[in-house]
Design a protein. Structure first.
Length: 246
């Protein structure tokens, strides 16, 4: 005769399941963060020693060769979508929407991610103090330093976090794929626009992506750990799933 499982046994099983998932998340996050950190360190070293200039000039020259009036107009529009001030404002609006829907954790996660990305961009720029390249198409040059690209860093954080929050709240796999594809496309186009317009070196953009990936992973892992610690049974996660829309 089978003995019914006690509440404590069921809770212990769920706790072990959460621990296994958290462990896998930490491993994947640490591997990705280590790779991004290595890339950023390599780029920073190349920039500091001046060895990146040849690569930067070669890419800038190649990109400039495909220039056209239509493409230039498009890139001017695209680059606005990565403006840090605009994205921070959008993040505040999105946070208010999450708060209105009582998704407090999502609102906090978004604000922390965006505030951190802005601070990270400022600190890194002041640390390296790389001068801006000569822009193309009479584009106005920001007064800030060049390394890393703030547009690349902040847009990566905003669009990836928003994609994660939106896809986590829908059951449709097609919608999740579309959301992530659009986020990735926007981030890549914004980075390309900074190189195309000549206001950043390619290594600035790559460094911005690397720094953003590290920060997004840190925020995601900490959020996952806190969620698992405060709700090891998965009750809150299950309740959140019931509110998802098809």
């Amino acid at each position: 005769m089978n003995t019914p499982r006690t509440t404590n046994e069921t809770f212990a099983e769920k706790l072990r399941g959460v621990s296994r998932r958290l462990g896998l998340t930490l491993v994947i996050g640490l591997v990705l963060a280590a790779g991004a950190l290595f890339l950023f360190a390599m780029l920073a070293n190349e920039v500091a020693e001046g060895d990146a200039q040849r690569f930067d000039d070669w890419v800038r020259g190649g990109v400039h060769q495909v220039a056209s009036p239509t493409l230039t107009s498009g890139m001017r529009i695209v680059t606005v979508l990565g403006k840090p001030a605009l994205l921070f404002g959008l993040s505040l609006v999105a946070s208010l929407v999450f708060l209105a829907r009582k998704n407090y954790r999502a609102a906090i996660m978004l604000v922390v991610a965006m505030a951190g990305s802005t601070l990270l961009d400022t600190v890194l720029k002041l640390s390296f103090r790389r001068a801006r390249p000569t822009p193309f198409f009479d584009t106005s040059v920001p007064s800030s330093f060049s390394f890393p690209s703030g547009h690349a860093l902040v847009s990566f954080c905003f669009y990836s976090i928003m994609a994660a929050l939106i896809s986590a709240r829908t059951r449709s796999r097609a919608v999740r794929v579309i959301v992530w594809a659009l986020a990735a496309l926007l981030v890549m186009l914004i980075g390309f626009s900074r190189i195309y317009l000549g206001v950043h070196y390619p290594t600035d953009v790559l460094a911005g992506y690397a720094a953003a990936l590290i920060w997004v992973i840190i925020v995601g892992v900490v959020d996952h750990a806190l969620r698992s610690r405060t709700d090891p049974s998965g009750t809150l996660e299950q309740n959140d799933k019931t509110r998802r829309v098809d």
